[in-house]
Unconditional design. Structure first.
Length: 393
């Protein structure tokens, strides 16, 4: 397989020179030719303009995401042909484009992609042909922990593909000893999604993400931020805000595997995390037990939980601070209204979409934005994460 090697990032220009981009093979990193300092400045300008009506009293310095080696998860489409697979993306004609030397991936991921390609070549399984709607291999997902341990997930179309991979799991474990979690996901439908509902575990149950203060446990379908260093910066910033406002009772809504809750937890602070994914909640409970923290994690809808417990005359203890970390659509009118009508003193809102954040802030005029900070979770793209600390007026 011929690949397009990358030259090192230039310290002078803050750029990652990518052969794939220069040759038109991959345009995913749309801003990669823009010096990184300019990327940050442009994101700051756009985010401040988007949140202008909310008028944050103070903008903290942007937390930069780096030029290369920052992405902890690769979602690799399988292309090519049996015995000659590509791992990367599919072009407009659904032909495979091999991206095994992609410079934004963590080094541990870059190192294992050729090994996985050779392994798949040896299985004889056909890559899935999107146009013809036939074939077997659809995706390979690889997640890397700071320790170098890996979670590897193969997505196949049928039981046959699963059976073939199961029969070869022993050699795979020998080839990739760092893979502490290995699974196969079955996606029989022809639709534009990255995984199906059925998952068979070959090895392990969860990948231990060893961060600076907390070990999080990621199961195959768990969400985690794609930039580990920036995620740590975000968790620490939120914990600093929660400490600064002296919160004694804290809710973490949309808590995922518990990152914010666990960073903020202490023996003097009561913490409750709510997340719709039962799998993520189980992971959060494992992390809390390891830390010896009596945190409460509940599986359920964040909006329904808040409405029920903020309005009820008795029941779960009211929080004096609430963290929300919703998907791109934001927290929406119902949860915004529940918080607006509550007596919660502080809210920390972490958003991957400043546009939906601005709409939600407009629904909560009882709060002012005390501080705001951009976290460049997605360098070389227009996307960003922004966190704000809200204080009741």
């Amino acid at each position: 397989m011929t690949t397009l090697p990358l030259s090192p990032a230039s310290a002078d220009h803050g750029r990652l020179h990518c052969g794939y981009f220069e040759r038109g093979k991959c345009r995913s990193c749309a801003l990669i030719e823009t010096p990184y300092g300019h990327q940050i400045t442009d994101k700051e300008s756009w985010c401040r303009e988007t949140l202008a009506e909310a008028a944050p009293r103070q903008w903290l310095p942007t937390f930069a995401g780096g030029v290369r080696d920052f992405r902890n998860r690769a979602k690799l489409a399988v292309g090519g042909s049996s015995g000659q697979v590509t791992l990367g993306i599919l072009d407009q004609e659904f032909h495979g484009v091999d991206l095994r030397d992609c410079g934004i991936q963590a080094p541990a991921i870059r190192a294992v992609i050729p090994v996985l390609a050779d392994f798949l070549d040896g299985t004889g399984l056909e890559p899935y042909d999107v146009a013809a709607r036939r074939g077997e291999l659809k995706f390979v997902h690889v997640t890397a922990a700071p320790s170098g341990e890996l979670m590897i997930r193969f997505v196949v179309r049928t039981q046959h593909g699963l059976d073939v991979l199961r029969s070869r799991k022993g050699p795979l474990f020998e080839l990739v000893p760092a893979a502490t979690v290995v699974s196969v996901n079955q996606l029989p439908e022809h639709k534009a999604v990255l995984e199906g509902s059925r998952e068979e575990m070959f090895r392990g149950e969860s990948l231990r993400m060893n961060l600076d203060r907390v070990n999080l446990h990621l199961r195959p379908q768990s969400f985690f931020q794609t930039n580990t260093a920036v995620a740590i910066g975000l968790y620490n910033q939120v914990a600093e805000w929660v400490d600064a406002v002296g919160a004694k009772s804290l809710w973490d809504l949309y808590c995922g595997v518990g990152g914010f809750a666990l960073y903020c937890a202490s023996h003097a602070r009561r913490v409750t995390g709510v997340e719709v994914s039962e799998q993520a909640i189980e992971s959060a409970k494992v992390s809390a037990a390891e830390l010896g923290i009596d945190a409460r994690f509940l599986a359920g809808d964040a909006t329904e939980f808040a409405e029920a417990n903020l309005a009820a005359p008795a029941g779960l203890e009211r929080p004096d601070c609430v963290i929300v970390n919703p998907p791109r659509r934001g927290i929406g009118a119902r949860l915004s209204s529940a918080l607006e009508d509550s007596d919660v003193e502080h809210i920390v809102y972490s958003s991957c979409n400043p546009i939906s954040l601005a709409k939600d802030l407009a629904r909560m005029p009882a709060y002012e934005v005390a501080q705001a900070r951009i976290f460049d979770m997605f360098p070389h793209t227009k996307h960003l994460e922004v966190a704000v600390l809200l204080q009741r007026r």
